[in-house]
Design a protein around this ligand. Structure first.
Ligand code: MF3
Ligand code: CO
Ligand code: CO
Length: 289
């Protein structure tokens, strides 16, 4: 990118380049010269984009708060779909999953041994002891925010509860290493370390992603990694952290009939929590959770 120091900054802030992103860009160039993998400019959000993504995130969090209040035994996963769909529409948003690559519903509901992309159904009734991931992505004014939470229905087994808790802890640990001039590998390292310490496995092949201007953007966020490796973290990057954690083996298979739903191969339980985060000037901002 060739911008004069007195030209307007590429981020549309209206400030001169030298008073805005020039120092950051120099630092990125320095890391690149030293061999680091650096983010392409198109995935660094402008202040205006961040503002839009924040608003989408606020609505997305409100959707999950609403689900948390209502979810209970006896509800079908289709009922979850209905309340999510209606809430998002009533607040001026659009459910991003509906029609996404042919996906038929407004939410993913992944119960017990379903790792992700469970499709809501009127025939699937939540019952005491189930663990369910509800994954919501909201589009508001063209901006995307993506998050999921685990819900324990009634009384769940101690094993299920532990899996859900440890998975959440791994995301909380990851939040601590999201900061400018860190690396994506730092996230994969702390997540996988925590998961492995508890004897669980975490998927290498399905992970987080850049998000904000679109549903799935670069980079791919792997939940297994090495400290100091992978893409450099830079202020303005927005991505998800969403480890899929299996109580048993990491192996999975895809539902052949619907082409979406991913199950654990060994039938073991699986848990996932997803946050969308932004890298800020001095750390991390939670966009939706
Ligand atoms: N929300 C999921 C994610 O975290 C993606 C779901 S895509 C769908 O990336 F089509 F399956 F809904
Ligand atoms: Co999601
Ligand atoms: Co996601």
């Amino acid at each position: 990118m060739k911008i004069g120091r007195n030209d307007p900054c590429w981020c549309n802030s209206g400030k001169k380049y030298k008073q805005c992103h020039a120092a950051m860009d120099e630092k990125i160039a320095q890391f690149e010269a030293e061999g680091a993998k650096v983010p392409p400019y198109k995935i660094i959000k402008t202040p205006e984009q961040l503002d839009g993504i924040r608003k989408a995130g606020k609505l997305n969090t409100a959707v999950l708060d609403m689900v948390a209040e209502k979810i209970c035994a006896g509800m079908s996963t289709e009922d979850i779909n209905t309340i999510v769909h209606e809430y998002i529409l009533a607040h001026g948003g659009t459910p991003a999953t509906l029609g996404y690559c042919g996906y038929p519903k407004s939410v993913c509901t992944s119960v017990n041994d379903v790792i992700c992309h469970g499709i809501p159904s009127p025939d699937e009734i939540l019952k005491d002891g189930d663990i369910v991931n509800v994954d919501v992505t909201t589009i508001l004014d063209g901006y995307y925010a993506d998050a999921s939470r685990m819900f324990c229905i009634g009384e769940v087994s101690p094993e299920a509860k532990k899996l859900v808790e440890v998975t959440k802890e791994s995301v909380d640990l990851a939040l601590k290493v999201v900061k400018p001039w860190g690396f994506l590998g730092d996230i994969g390292y702390v997540v996988s370390q925590h998961i492995y310490e508890h004897g669980y496995t975490v998927l290498h092949d399905i992970g987080g992603h850049g998000v904000g201007n679109d549903f799935h953007e670069d980079p791919y966020v792997c939940h297994v990694g090495e400290r100091g490796k992978g893409m450099l973290l830079v202020p303005g990057m927005v991505f998800t952290i969403e480890p899929m954690v299996n109580a048993g083996e990491e192996d999975f298979y895809q539902d052949e009939e619907n082409g979406w739903t991913i199950y654990t191969e060994d039938g073991s339980l699986s848990a996932q929590w997803e946050y969308t985060v932004a890298v800020t000037e001095d750390g991390v901002e939670i966009i939706t959770h």
